[in-house]
Design a protein around this ligand. Structure first.
Ligand code: SF4
Ligand SMILES: [Zn+2]
Length: 121
């Protein structure tokens, strides 16, 4: 599993926290996990963290659902959608603050791409 060269910060860190909470809900509900994620969900979360790290928008990142690039490979994109669909409604009760922040963020349109963007790969 790839490690991030440096920790995520700011909006990217917050997105990772939201994603982690969602994956935990999904893993608990689908893979009978407790505190630890199953290997498949750990792999997904590591992939998602790396996408965040490489996101060409950096700190002005939109939510991935509004992104015109869609850097996820198809299998991971399908998994992300399934996780969101399942965990989204449950998040409001378990993590209201993260959810409200995410919903507010989701209302913002994607900004223009920075001219010197990091490669998404
Ligand atoms: S490039 Fe788009 S899909 Fe990929 S992490 Fe950034 S916002 Fe999400
Ligand atoms: Zn799992």
């Amino acid at each position: 599993m790839r490690q991030l060269p440096e920790p995520l910060t700011g909006v990217l860190k917050r997105e990772h926290q939201t994603m982690t909470a969602m994956v935990r809900l999904w893993c608990r509900g689908h893979h009978n996990s407790d505190d630890d994620l199953c290997p498949e969900c750990r792999e997904f979360l590591a992939f998602a963290a790396f996408r965040l790290y490489k996101c060409p928008y950096g700190p002005s990142k939109p939510t991935c659902s509004r992104c015109p690039i869609h850097c996820y490979k198809p299998v991971m994109r399908d998994r992300a959608k399934a996780i969101m669909r399942y965990a989204g409604p449950r998040m409001l009760f378990r993590h209201p603050l993260l959810t409200v922040r995410h919903l507010l963020h989701e209302r913002r349109a994607a900004p223009p791409l920075p001219s010197k963007r990091k490669s998404p790969h």
